[in-house]
Write a protein that binds this ligand. Sequence first.
Ligand SMILES: Cc1ncc(COP(=O)(O)O)c(C=O)c1O
Length: 353
Amino acid sequence: MGDEPMVIADAQGFRVTDAAGKEYLDGISGEWVVNLGYRNPEVAEAAIAQIMRSDFIAPMYNAEPRALLAEKVVEMAPGMSKLLFGLSGSDAVEGAMHLAMRSTGKDEFVCLFQAYHGRTFATLALSYTYPSMYEGAKKGLERYTTRQIRVPNYNCYRCPFERTPDSCDLFCARFVERMIVEGSEGGVAGVIVEAYQANGGMVPSPEGYLQEIREICTRQGAAMIVDEVQTAWGRCGEFFAVQHYGVEPDIIVLGKAFGGGFPMSGVLANEQFSQLAAWEYGFTEIGHPVAAWRSSRSSSPPRSRCSCSAACCSSSRAADSACWSTTTASTVTTASRSRGRTTCSPPPRRSSH
Ligand SMILES: Cc1ncc(COP(=O)(O)O)c(C=O)c1O
């Protein structure tokens, strides 16, 4: 922490000001976190309103902010049915791994050269943005780190296989299947990729790559996990970067801009890969109501409305209406794609201020 000598004293919109009063353009949006800019008035107002209503709701209870957010995100995500809340990108990647392991009964993961998935014990093992990061990173941690199979990454400009896109026929993607079949010891639970290799150089996956990985995962019974910690929440134009490729992964990992500066992450999973007992994943402050309410105010509205015919449901913005999910699912899986579970209820209690 604090690798840069600059001390940030103030931030507004897309600019930050240092302690000496010098202003800078923040070209990386606070490390891809504040996609709507710093102190966005609508988002800040939502946070303040939620603090005045309730600044914390224990995860053992259902809460409108997280249920509403989960419902919106699940509706927007391609093919997803459940959302697991986490605190950081790293623990969300672990949540994704956990889901993949539970559903497949296997425990190995395929990851790419130049990937970055976090710094917990399990995710460190899948991260390798440059060789020095790998060297010694697992020293003394071997018994806790993930069994991983590293494969050369996609990069048409500097192809690790020294091939060219005109004739390679997506060799890098096809090689993944070979490694699952020939390089695995105990069975691959999941293949984890980024749609754009972010820390690995902001490299977009080539056309057809994710489709090929999708087909391989289906054939080999492994979860296709797309780490969208950096790329989701509109960062790449579409809400999720995978939407540019028309691919439906089994699991999508969210972080950074999902919490917009508050520690909140998420794991979206389809029906097949959402088997996890409530006690198997979760932290005291998951789905923090302030972060969740802010985040639902900074996301697009769901495309469809709930099935009841009440007037509030014609509103184009779920957050403006009195609709929220009444799901009684565990605190970790707070939304279901089943529209039948969304009902209209009295408006949330407003602050007396
Ligand atoms: C693609 C990707 N995955 C996971 C992470 C880890 O997120 P966090 O730092 O919130 O644990 C990052 C962080 O930079 C990331 O870029």
